[in-house]
Write a protein that binds this ligand. Sequence first.
Ligand SMILES: [Zn+2]
Length: 74
Amino acid sequence: MTDANYMQQRMAELQRNDAVQDIFSKIVSGKSGYKAPIVKKEIIIRCKSCMTQLEPFHKFCFECGTKAEKPAEQ
Ligand SMILES: [Zn+2]
């Protein structure tokens, strides 16, 4: 796992936490209460190879490098 992938994964985890989201928004916008325009979709993407749960922005599995494929449009 590269440092860049690790940071991407950590950022994804942090953004799921509303308390951290507020802190994160302060960093991004310089003020509290600002909600970053993150579209929340209940789409679970898993690596076909190792079944690692991926975020929608992951192009490739961060565990094994398999190309991530999004589920069909609904
Ligand atoms: Zn994988």
